[in-house]
Design a protein around this ligand. Structure first.
Ligand SMILES: [Zn+2]
Length: 347
């Protein structure tokens, strides 16, 4: 069985279960920011699609539907997010490094913070085909307040002519930013924040050093408090990694990988990819993009490095980034990459 990600959501979960038999066509899940509303909506979506729901209505976590959902490709589920919240493209740094484009090179425009009308229109195709498993279709919109006038109106049409078996889950912490017509066509579902004691206990379990301070600074929102704590320790780890990469002494891949372990595969491979991209970029054009403060070290390292080796390493890093969302042994991956790095740099 897959459990709720945050246990303070239990009461909300039970209320959702109570509505399950007569589920409204569209639910507006709302409450203060950073308390896990999106996780609740996703858990509920998964449970609606699960083929063999477990006790308490939780998704089983093991059926085909749950596996597809977990991999982000269930055919009867759509998560509609503004571009800025869509999973990052691991290849983004790739072009820069290989085409040798400098820091001044053309950069694509900033990702949109709005849910666009095309995203809502593209749901028509989704509704047009029958369900793959003969069950429900679920659409989650997060955050629903990212709908603009045009996309909001387009959604309204869909809400007015609901296709059978479709459930909309709109998630928002800013009800005042939603079109009144949308609010009136959805059933409101309030999610309460955890009590301060619950939030503190949870932050402590997550290893946040000063949970009271973090929670106060985050205005009582536990997920924001956690992110703050993580940001600080991530910054420390990044500095440590860059120190190790630029040190005059030979790099020790084993101990460096061990020290960076907690950063996780996603961050670690990101930092390394950007670092190697900068080495290649500097070698080709004398510029850097990600680590301008280290340009002196990069210059020295890039000049001595084996260029084909750097490209090879860059490709392994991109491959590692594609795998970074999967559960893997961060330390082993980091060790391999750093051993490779040490070889290329000191060739
Ligand atoms: Zn399941």
């Amino acid at each position: 069985m897959k459990e709720l990600k945050y246990r303070w959501l239990e009461p909300a979960w039970e209320q959702l279960q109570a509505q399950r038999e007569r589920l409204p066509h569209a639910l507006l899940i709302y409450g203060p920011p950073h308390i896990g509303k999106r996780e609740l909506a996703e858990h509920f979506a998964q449970s609606l699609l699960c083929e063999t729901p477990a006790g308490g209505g939780h998704p089983c976590g093991t059926c085909n539907a749950c596996r597809w959902f977990g991999d982000g490709n269930h055919p009867d589920y759509r998560a509609v997010l503004p571009e800025i919240l869509q999973p990052a493209d691991a290849e983004a740094g790739g072009e820069t490094a290989e085409s040798g484009e400098g820091a001044t090179g053309s950069k694509s425009k900033a990702p949109s913070k709005e849910i666009k009308i095309e995203q809502i229109r593209s749901l028509d195709t989704f509704f047009g085909i029958g369900t793959h498993r003969g069950g429900a279709k679920v659409v989650m919109l997060y955050p629903a307040d990212a709908l603009n006038q045009a996309s909001g109106n387009a959604l309204l049409k869909t809400l007015e002519e609901p296709s059978a078996g479709t459930v909309f889950l709109l998630v928002s912490s800013r009800l005042d930013h939603l079109l009144p017509t949308i609010k009136s066509r959805t059933a409101k579902f309030a999610v309460a924040p955890p009590s301060p004691a619950q939030a503190l206990a949870w932050l402590q379990e997550q290893g946040v050093r000063d949970p009271e301070m973090a929670l106060a600074e985050a205005g009582g929102a536990p997920l924001a408090a956690l992110r703050k704590g993580e940001d600080e320790s991530a910054a420390e780890m990044r500095t440590m990694l860059i120190d190790a990469l630029t040190s005059a002494r030979a790099l020790d891949p084993i101990s460096t990988a061990e020290k960076c372990d907690k950063a996780g595969a996603e961050l670690l491979t990101l930092w390394l990819t950007q670092w190697v991209a900068d080495l290649i970029l500097h070698r080709n054009s004398g510029k850097v993009r990600y680590y301008p403060q280290q340009i002196k070290s990069i210059e020295k390292l890039a000049a001595a490095a084996d260029l084909p080796g750097l490209f090879r390493l860059y490709r392994s890093l991109l491959a590692a980034r594609r795998m970074a969302g999967h559960p893997l042994n961060v330390r082993l991956v980091a060790e391999d990459l750093l051993i490779d790095y040490a070889r290329v740099i000191h060739s």
